[in-house]
Write a protein that binds this ligand. Structure first.
Ligand code: HEC
Length: 188
């Protein structure tokens, strides 16, 4: 590498944004949230099996939900106890399977088929959709033949936000179900 290349390379590294890839939500021209690449490397905050919501009972067989929180928002939350702007959550919904081909397993269930990816974003600068002025918006990315949709439109507040607003433990998030997040808040 000659010295000009080295200087340009050093400048490039210096000018890289401090926040890592995936830290900020990205929207397309339609205002849809684009599925963040690499979200499976975010912080895994909790999982649950077969939870049913009031009015939407869980239909058997039970499904897993594995919940991830964007890493920088998680780190900020652990320091301040607040969900910063932006905060992104995504959970994967998996079917629960209890056996494998060679019959080596005789108890318990595991994550089998990915059924959908569901997310929320706290971002007051998001494109306003469905007349909502709320900072939190909610999205469902369907899975079709193993492929997760690339982008999703914010759901109307009545479908998702209203239940989170009324019943979630802290700032619209179900912190009561995520061990590290609830431990952080119990310190206060
Ligand atoms: C009747 C109440 C209710 C409704 C309606 C609802 N949720 Fe939730 N949501 C929950 C509960 C309970 C949890 C925590 C457990 C879980 O499901 O993982 C949760 C968790 C989540 C999470 C994980 C982060 C967090 O806030 O805890 C996301 C993302 C989410 N929901 C998105 C949605 C979307 C998208 C919709 C609308 C399509 C929706 N929710 C509708 C009750 C609800």
């Amino acid at each position: 590498m000659n010295s000009i290349c080295k200087i340009l390379f050093a400048l490039f590294i210096f000018l890289l944004p401090a926040r890592s890839i995936g830290a900020d939500p990205i929207y397309n021209k339609k205002g849809q949230w684009i599925l963040p690449q690499g979200y499976e490397t975010w912080v895994f905050v909790g999982s649950n099996l077969g939870l049913g919501y009031v009015g939407e009972p869980s239909t058997p067989p039970p499904k897993f939900r594995n919940v991830y929180m964007e890493t920088e928002a998680y780190e900020t939350f652990m320091i301040t106890g607040e969900f910063p702007e932006p905060t992104q959550f995504l959970f994967e919904v998996y079917s629960a399977k209890d056996r494998v081909e060679d019959g080596e397993i005789n108890a318990g269930v595991y994550n089998s088929e990915l059924l959908s990816v569901v997310g929320s974003v706290k971002d007051s600068r998001r494109p306003i959709r469905n007349a909502s002025k709320e900072n939190w918006a909610y999205y469902v990315f369907p899975v079709h033949e193993g492929q997760v949709a690339e982008a999703a439109t914010a759901r109307p507040d009545s479908q998702c936000w209203s239940c989170h607003n009324e019943h979630a433990g802290y700032d619209k998030v179900w912190v009561q179900l995520y061990p590290r997040l609830r431990e952080r808040l119990e310190k206060y």
